[in-house]
Design a protein around this ligand. Structure first.
Ligand code: ZN
Length: 136
């Protein structure tokens, strides 16, 4: 399957979605998980942006998030990349941008929050120790 060199992406310089051309990429390892980072050049302002192509970029916008469409964060839940999250303690909305497993076997997610920026959170924490295994 042929991969298009062009994507539509929100350009930080143009402050709007523009057509961008792929100008080179590499696979990088971030916290034990591999991801493909590709440089894209905006066809309008010619600025380049490094974009993680492991995730569909259209799913990563955090500007238009609302509490209604977001899953409230809890350490026992399992999240998917691109999922919208509401962190009630921080009163902040964000989106899962990557997942990885720590050396201790704990599953973690990296969330890009509107106010706090990128934060690492634990997921899929076993509730056995709490004596509460009730799942809804
Ligand atoms: Zn631009």
């Amino acid at each position: 399957m042929a991969r298009s060199k062009y994507i539509t992406h929100f350009c930080a310089y143009c402050h709007k979605e523009t057509k961008m051309e792929a100008v080179g990429g590499k696979t990088v390892e971030v916290n034990g998980s591999e991801s493909l980072r590709v440089w894209f050049r905006c066809q309008r302002c010619k600025h380049s942006a490094l974009i993680d192509r492991s995730v569909p970029t259209s799913k990563l916008s955090i500007e238009d998030l609302s509490k209604d469409g977001a899953t409230e964060y809890a350490a026992t839940k399992v999240f998917t990349i691109g999922e919208a999250i509401y962190h009630s303690e921080w009163d902040d909305l964000g989106r899962v941008i990557s997942k990885n497993r720590t050396s201790g076997g704990v599953q973690a997610i990296t969330v890009s929050f509107q106010k706090l920026g990128e934060r690492k959170l634990v997921e899929n924490l076993q509730a056995d120790a709490l004596g509460d295994t009730a799942q809804i």
